[in-house]
Ligand binder design. Structure first.
Ligand SMILES: N[C@H](CCC[C@H](N)C(=O)O)C(=O)O
Length: 258
C-alpha cells in the first residue's frame, strides 16, 4: 500500500488515499504501528482520504494511539494540501470531517481552513475549557520555555473533570497580537510541535481574557499560524467564521510493505 507523509507546522501525519475504501480502519494496532517512530513510519496521526457523495472528499483522522480522534486542525490543513496535490479541486474545497463540513482555500504557501463554530467556553476545576472540534484546556504562563509541558499537560489531561480526556495548551503572550503556544496532545500522549485545534482555542481565549484583537498570530515549535474569528450572538464565548491559516506540505511518499 502506498502512503504519503505530510506535515503542518511540524504536526505530522501518515496520509492514505483510501478512495477505494479498503484500508483496515478498525485495526487500531495497525494504525498505532504505522504511527510508531521506531517500528513504523512515525507520525502524530494517520488520516484517510475517502470519497463522499456530497463533498470533494471525506477526512477520517486517527490519533497516534490508533483510535479515531475528534477534529484535527493541522491534519485538516494537510489533507486539503493532499487533495489539492491529487487534483481533486482547484483553489477552494468543501469536505466532510468528524465534526461536520469544512471549507478551505489553498495558496502556494498556505492553507486557510474554516473551523467549526465554537459554542461556549467553560471553567472546569478552575481551568478554561472549550471545544474547537477537539477538547482543549488553555492556560497562560510567563515562562513557556522552562515549563514541563508533558508533566503538567498529562496531569490536566487525566483530571476527572474531563471525561474522555482533553488536550492541554500553554500560551505565553509575545506582543499585542502574538502568542507562543506549546501543546500536550491527547491520543499522542506527548507534546507535539503544533496543534491546530489547540492554537485555535488559545487565540479565542487570548481575545476573551486578554482582549487580543482578530487575527491572533501564533508561534508553535514547528512554525507560525494565524487564527481569525468573529464573536457571535453578542457573546465573548461563542465564535464563528474561524479560520486557521498556515503552511502544510508533502514531505515524502513510500510503500507500506507489511
Ligand atoms: N493535532 C490536532 C489535534 C488532534 C486532537 C487529538 N489529539 C484529540 O483530541 O483527539 C490538531 O492539529 O488539531
Amino acid at each position: 500500500m502506498d502512503f504519503f507523509k505530510y506535515q503542518g507546522t511540524g504536526n505530522d501525519f501518515v496520509m492514505i488515499d483510501d478512495r477505494a475504501g479498503t484500508f483496515p480502519r478498525t485495526d487500531q494496532a495497525v494504525i498505532e504501528r504505522l504511527c510508531d517512530r521506531r517500528f513504523g513510519i512515525g507520525a502524530d496521526g494517520l488520516i484517510l482520504l475517502q470519497t463522499d457523495p456530497d463533498y470533494d472528499f471525506r477526512m477520517v483522522y486517527f490519533n497516534a494511539d490508533g483510535a479515531e480522534g475528534s477534529m484535527c486542525g493541522n491534519g485538516g490543513r494537510c489533507i486539503v494540501r493532499f487533495a489539492h496535490d491529487l487534483g481533486l479541486f482547484d483553489k477552494e474545497t468543501r469536505f466532510l470531517a468528524v465534526d461536520g463540513e469544512h471549507t478551505a482555500v489553498v495558496t502556494d504557501s498556505d492553507i486557510s481552513l474554516k473551523m467549526g463554530d465554537v459554542s461556549g467556553v467553560e471553567s472546569r476545576n478552575g481551568l478554561t475549557f472549550l471545544n474547537t472540534g477537539s477538547p482543549h484546556v488553555v492556560q497562560f504562563t510567563e515562562d513557556l520555555a522552562s515549563l514541563d509541558v508533558v508533566a503538567q499537560g498529562r496531569a490536566i489531561r487525566n483530571d476527572a473533570a474531563f471525561s474522555g480526556g482533553t488536550n492541554v495548551n500553554f500560551g505565553q503572550v509575545i506582543d499585542d497580537h502574538t502568542v507562543r503556544v506549546r501543546t500536550y496532545e491527547r491520543g499522542v500522549e506527548d507534546e507535539t510541535y503544533s496543534c491546530g485545534t489547540g492554537v485555535t482555542a488559545v487565540a479565542l481565549i487570548a481575545y476573551r481574557q486578554l482582549a487580543m484583537p482578530d487575527p491572533v498570530f501564533i508561534q508553535t515549535i514547528g512554525g507560525n499560524l494565524r487564527v481569525s474569528f468573529k464573536p457571535m450572538n453578542g457573546s465573548d464565548s461563542q465564535f464563528g467564521s474561524i479560520y486557521l491559516t498556515g503552511p502544510a506540505q508533502r514531505v515524502f511518499t513510500g510503500t507500506i510493505t507489511r
